[in-house]
Design a protein around this ligand. Structure first.
Ligand code: BJW
Length: 241
């Protein structure tokens, strides 16, 4: 057992961790924002202006996630293994709206940008598991109203979920690892700075290439997540950091 046994780990993941599972990132040359403008699909104003377009965007991504071809990759599996085998706490904070961390076995997990497999009623506020398409006529299963459902994700200008728990964990952690995120969307992009200001935690970036904030990390490893995350987890479980 490593000497660092009781230490607390916070992991932040982004779209890069799901890329090798077959889900697109946002800002890579072949990413989602190369095909659709975020202003048209990922803001509250876009949903007010053209709800059919926003529903269609998320319906297509939900169908792709559930089509049967998408599965967790070795990076997801390694993070679930870390949670299962690390003697201290491992909190996984994901910006991803897919369910691949859950499918791999992660349990101590916060979806700060929401989940595509949930619907939220803008009338009664109820959040419901949701695997089907949604449109302007869909009835809220809780209050029965039509036209009030939206996908339970966080758009630009909205407050990400669970921020109090996340900031408390960042302040108290001993190791912070950022995986597969470009570091261009706040508040997630600022987490490494929060950790550094809070104290002595070690900070590590694992990504395909240096992110916007790469110089803020004490250690950096670059390559596909499916290779470098299992290698990193193996090292942490063997030797700590
Ligand atoms: C691989 C790989 C492989 C590829 N292996 N790696 C001016 C300054 C500062 C902030 C703002 C500002 N103006 C506005 C803001 C705030 C705004 C913001 O940050 N805007 C920026 C554009 C500047 N943020 C917000 O509005 C957020 N809310 C907010 O700030 O509330 C106020 C607040 C204040 C204080 C505290 C707390 C809150 C909300 C942001 C919501 C983001 N929503 C989206 C859509 C969600 C639903 C959906 O999926 O459709 O979230 S946008 C999109 O970006 C999605 C992602 O979660 C998010 C981050 O993207 P991610 O994951 O980093 O993906 P990419 O594509 O950018 O990067 C992938 C990386 O993987 C790359 O580096 C690749 O190299 C790498 N990679 N293959 C390993 N195989």
């Amino acid at each position: 057992m490593p000497q660092t046994a009781v230490r607390r780990i916070v992991i932040l993941t982004g779209a890069g961790v799901s890329k090798e599972s077959g889900l697109d990132t946002f800002r890579d040359p072949d990413g989602i924002w190369s095909r659709v403008r975020l202003e048209d699909v990922a803001t509250p104003a876009a949903f007010e202006r053209d709800p059919a377009r926003v529903h269609a965007f998320y319906n297509a991504r939900r169908r792709a996630l559930l089509c049967g071809d998408i599965a967790p990759n070795p990076a997801h599996a390694a993070l679930a293994r870390l949670e299962a085998e690390w003697p201290g706490e491992v909190l996984l904070v994901t910006q991803n709206i897919d369910d691949l961390h859950e499918r791999a076995g992660s349990r101590n997990l916060l979806h700060m940008h929401g989940e595509i497999l949930k619907a939220r009623c803008q009338g009664c506020r109820e959040v419901t598991p949701w695997a089907a398409d949604m449109d302007g006529d869909t009835l809220c299963p809780a209050c029965g109203r039509a036209g009030t459902l939206r996908v339970d994700v966080v758009w630009f200008g909205e407050m990400p979920f669970e921020m109090d728990r996340i900031f408390s964990a960042l302040e108290a952690c001993d190791l912070f690892v950022s995986i597969g995120t470009s570091g261009s969307v706040y508040p997630a992009a600022g987490f490494v700075q929060e950790v550094r200001m809070a104290g002595q935690a070690h900070t590590v970036e694992l990504n395909l290439e240096p992110s916007e904030g790469h110089s803020r990390f004490a250690a950096r490893h670059y390559g596909p997540a499916g290779r470098i995350v299992p290698e990193f987890v193996e090292r942490v479980l063997e030797d700590g950091w």
